[in-house]
Design a protein around this ligand. Sequence first.
Ligand SMILES: O=P(O)(O)OC[C@@]1(O)O[C@H](CO)[C@@H](O)[C@@H]1O
Length: 298
Amino acid sequence: MIATVTLNPAVDQTVRTDRPLSPDEVIRVDDAQFDAGGKGINVSKYLTAMGAETVATGVVGGFLGRFVTERLAAEGIESRFVDIDGTTRLNSTVLATDGEYKLNQRGPTVSAAEIDAIAERLSSLAPETVVVAGSLPPGLDTDAIDRLAEAGPWETVVDVDGPLLADLDADYALCKPNAPELEAATGRTIEDRESAVDAAEELRATGFDRVLASLGADGAVLVTDDGAVHQPALDCEVVDTVGAGDALLSGVLAAVDAGADEAVALQTGVVAATAAVSTPGTNVPELPEPAPNGVEPV
Ligand SMILES: O=P(O)(O)OC[C@@]1(O)O[C@H](CO)[C@@H](O)[C@@H]1O
């Protein structure tokens, strides 16, 4: 079973307007989509859709926290969150004709005691894999992630900001930086897939068995002990990019969980990410079967 930990969940609000954003004007939008979000939660949503066993945990609070747990229950996603005093955040995406605007709140304060409570939840769930994903809320630093990684016999996967990746001390099974995060974690410049692989190798040497790097229009690479594989991006019309990284990571984890090799896992991830960018918000779209193998060694 794969448990996900979201230390800073969100209600994701997505609105669209058929004009550019401009200051000092009221811009009226026709409708708003609300999804239960936060990176770990999204991973649990995708894993469930892909048939992998998963439980979402982390912290929730207030009326927006209730929205998150109720929405997950309605979608058939198992969750075991720790309640906190503050209110879970509202993150907004505005899809306008001049671009995609994302406003993420910092979120409520979370304490070390609440990390202990999450570690207890994880111990009782006894997952094989724990995925810690998303930003750290006020009150926490990377020690919280290291503590969760070391609190049990599970392997731990992380999807956190680049500077945080560089600060982690425990051993991790996998991390999933995008290109700017890979640059921030290593101080290297990513110009192409070869430089991404070099940076990923450097990151692996600091305590990550595998590095899954998303490279936007250049697809993704998965770098492991067995070398590196690359999957080019697939053609699609991009509606919004929110949640694409979560879909990529989920596809890789679900495929590995089902016994697939690295190339098939990477391909499954890129297919899921392509479906994610083709749909607004962070609800899980219909996931197509992986296309013919486009994976190549780097
Ligand atoms: O502020 P963070 O924790 O870095 O990211 C949070 C977030 O933008 O990530 C998800 C998409 O990946 C959304 O569901 C959510 O709003």
